[in-house]
Design a protein around this ligand. Structure first.
Ligand code: ADP
Ligand code: AMP
Length: 216
């Protein structure tokens, strides 16, 4: 099964994608993670993307379409993948349709995580991840069971994203409303859109997603 998690920054896409990945054996494909890896590695793509990401704007369609097109060809995607943070523009969605058709694949369901803007700022500025295994945490909503120790791997260093500050979050939310929200209509017309309440507690959101996926 192939699916898209659609929602603004901080909606909980990464948190839920990791849970679906573990429970269902699907692969999480986060263009944000891939771009951050490219920035860290200093590749040509990374050099082009760095300043755009720091400003909270969208990287060019060509770059992210190319990244996804190559990634879905890898063997681990054969049994299904979860797109997290892609597509983010109508042009990306159209390119995704074309490339999936060419590769003989389909998009089975698009899950829209409905959230309000204001709480998202607090979700993002309170976000951290384990520096070793990437497990996500929140200063208030998802603390490690033992303070300062990752639940999953026991590591004690956590990292915060450079773009997870209030000013950049506002730009990222504007980009979402202007460029990404039209995808709700795009997939609504195609009949693949399912909407869930992303304001609920993390476990409750997982339960809603499982109900959608079980019905596909
Ligand atoms: P996204 O991938 O959509 O940008 P994340 O999954 O990284 O969002 O979630 C952003 C932050 O909000 C993280 O710190 C995460 O722990 C927290 N979070 C995720 N889902 C919820 C939720 N339903 N309620 C409260 N906090 C949440
Ligand atoms: P994310 O990790 O999904 O919050 O993405 C972090 C940043 O990476 C975004 O603010 C954009 O600058 C860039 N980015 C990630 N995915 C895309 C995409 N599909 N299209 C354009 N830019 C993207």
């Amino acid at each position: 099964m192939n699916l898209i998690l659609l929602g603004p920054p901080g909606a909980g896409k990464g948190t839920q994608a990791k849970r679906i990945e573990e429970a269902r054996g699907l692969v999480q494909l986060s263009t944000g993670d891939m771009l951050r890896a490219a920035v860290k590695a200093g590749t040509e793509v990374g050099m082009k993307a760095k300043a755009v990401m720091e400003a909270g704007e969208l990287v060019s369609d060509d770059i992210v379409i190319g990244i996804i097109s190559d990634r879905v060809d890898e063997p681990d995607c054969a049994d299904g993948f979860i797109l997290d943070g892609f597509p983010r523009t109508v042009a990306q969605a159209e390119a995704l349709d074309t490339l999936l058709t060419e590769k003989g694949k389909t998009m089975d369901v698009v899950i829209e995580m409905q959230v309000e803007d204001d709480p998202l700022v607090g979700r993002i500025t309170g976000r951290s991840t384990c520096a070793k295994c990437g497990e996500g945490y929140h200063d208030e909503f998802k603390k490690p069971k033992v303070e300062g120790v990752c639940d999953k791997c026991g590591h004690t260093e956590f990292s915060r994203r450079a773009d997870d500050n209030e000013e950049t979050v506002r730009s990222r939310l504007s980009a979402y409303h202007a460029q990404t929200a039209p995808l709700i209509g795009y997939y609504g017309e195609k009949g693949t859109l399912k909407s869930i309440d992303g304001m609920a507690a993390i476990d409750d959101v997982t339960a809603q997603i499982n109900a959608v996926l079980d019905a596909v």
